[in-house]
Design a protein around this ligand. Structure first.
Ligand code: DGJ
Length: 483
């Protein structure tokens, strides 16, 4: 190869030419630069694929051939050939029969034409004739250790009524789970809702009075003992954050090895959701009592749905919906977990995500969130990131199975927390709330297996379209159990 100057092919001194066996080829410097860059990213991509090859186990579920391959890979990945693991990733269809169109007032019928009533409207309508499909009753659909479950003991029944060890419905909504390594016990904290649902104002959101944060303990994630209200409402002092007329949502507890304290973070609000703050409480024991410390607007911003995530290195982060729910903010907590630091990043800007739940697998962070539609269910999205501070890359809707409406409504539920599925690396339990806006205390739990694997199904923003990330898949099951 030689550099040609001043011939008919090369008027510009920046072109390179090569001649071989009489044929000539010409590359402009620009072309070489472009191919070098493309080559570089291909190498980066291949290295990344190679380093994550274990993850690439799942793809679209539309073809049964693909599905078989998926399942084979999943088994390799999950290192288990146990039939119960196989059950976790089985795609289960759910057929919901729509009721015949109901008679409506002439004005309503005109407005809505003669279209069938959307299933979400049925879900939100407490008079719907198919309400039992979403909120089956106590007599027929309660499960738990006090029921005679026969050979269905240990099975989860998403959407049915889950009883504690005393035979009462579990009250731990918008909750999260702490694995206490000292006692090898799981603690499930959540909103204890036990009272009528009403609207504080004519156009205000549906609400219940604060009772407090409920806590349940378990060794097996199925049998839950009620440990009582570990942070209670304030009955008399109307100026107190926890006065029963306010809002306490989405409590999450982490343990600080440094201070040996259990630290609870929660969403604190007034009945109109204008205070938009986080609250912090502390205890020496997982079962409380928790002492309420204070509330604040983190980093000076409004904060509504939130969660906390404790990383492997002990650094914990607060993640909250902010700027009127239009963006998520993420920032590390102080070493004692009692406050935020000044560091904060805005992520998923303008995407209006809430109900964040974060988990980590093989050094990659994943987050499942919902869109913001009050108590009504909507489509979940999964995101992934190499740094928890972002950028977060959209992976797509993680829901698999059920039916189309199920997948577009997160199985008529909303994310709250994700925990590792014991003994199955790469598998998790996705915890969600099926809110019952007409009677919030009767909201149900939708726990489902979540598996990481296979290329993401969305074009990616930050990786030049390369499928750098693994898919997150949440499998619908009307009943399932841990392996
Ligand atoms: C959706 C949130 O995710 C819930 O926690 C709750 O704040 C409702 N909105 C209130 O409408």
């Amino acid at each position: 190869m030689r550099i040609m100057k001043n011939n008919k092919y090369n008027k510009k001194p920046t072109s390179l030419h090569c001649n071989d066996a009489g044929g000539g080829c010409r590359y402009s410097l620009l072309t070489i630069i472009i191919w070098t860059v493309v080559g570089f990213f291909l190498v980066v991509h291949l290295v990344s694929l190679y380093s994550r090859k274990d993850n690439n186990i799942h793809d679209d579920v539309s073809s049964s051939d693909q599905l078989q391959v998926v399942h084979q890979h999943q088994h390799q990945h999950l290192h288990l050939h146990h039939p119960v693991v196989h059950q976790l990733v089985r795609v289960e269809e759910e057929i919901l029969r729509m009721p015949p169109p109901r008679k409506r007032s002439p004005r309503t019928s005109k407005r809505r034409s003669r279209k069938p009533i959307p299933l979400v409207e049925e879900f939100l309508d407490d008079k719907s004739p198919i309400r039992h499909l979403f909120f089956p009753g106590l007599k027929t659909a309660a499960f738990g250790p006090t029921k005679d479950m026969g050979n269905e003991t240990s099975y989860y029944f998403p959407g049915k009524i889950w009883m504690d060890t005393e035979g009462n419905p579990i009250q731990a909504h918008g909750g999260g789970i702490l694995l206490d390594e000292k006692s090898n016990t799981y603690y499930w904290y959540g909103e204890y809702k036990d009272g009528p649902t009403y609207h504080a104002h004519k156009r205000g959101p549906a609400r219940v009075d604060i009772i407090g944060v409920g806590c349940y303990s378990s060794k097996d994630l199925w049998t839950w003992k009620n440990e009582g209200i570990v942070l209670g409402a304030e009955e008399t002092n109307k100026t107190h954050d926890l006065h029963k007329s306010n809002v306490l949502e989405r409590p999450k507890v982490i343990y600080s090895e440094k201070t040996q304290k259990y630290v609870m973070w929660m969403h604190i609000d007034d009945a109109n959701y204008t205070k938009a703050s986080v609250g912090v409480a502390i205890s020496d024991n997982p079962t409380g009592p928790f002492e309420y410390l204070y509330s604040k607007r983190p980093h000076g911003f409004d904060s509504r749905d939130m969660t906390v995530f404790k990383d492997d290195d002990g650094v914990a982060y607060l993640i909250y919906s902010s700027e009127v729910n239009s963006v998520l903010h993420i920032g590390p907590l102080t070493e004692d977990y009692l406050d935020v630091t000044p560091v904060m990043k805005r992520v998923m800007v303008g995407q209006h995500r809430e109900a964040p739940s974060i988990f980590k697998h093989q050094k990659v962070y994943y987050m499942v969130t919902s869109w913001c539609t009050g108590w009504a269910p909507n489509e979940a999205l999964a995101h992934a990131a190499e740094s928890i501070m972002g950028p977060w890359e959209k992976l797509g809707n993680p829901c698999i199975g059920g039916n189309k409406v199920f997948r577009l409504t997160t199985f008529f539920a909303q994310s709250t927390y994700v925990i590792p599925l014991p003994g199955v690396p790469g598998a998790f339990i996705f915890m969600a709330d099926r809110w019952n806006p007409a009677d919030l205390r009767d909201s149900r739990y939708v726990w489902l297996p979540l598996v990481i694997g296979g290329p993401a199904d969305q074009p990616l923003e930050y990786n030049f379209g390369f499928p750098m990330w693994s898919r997150v898949s949440i499998y619908w099951h009307s009943k399932w159990r841990l392996p």
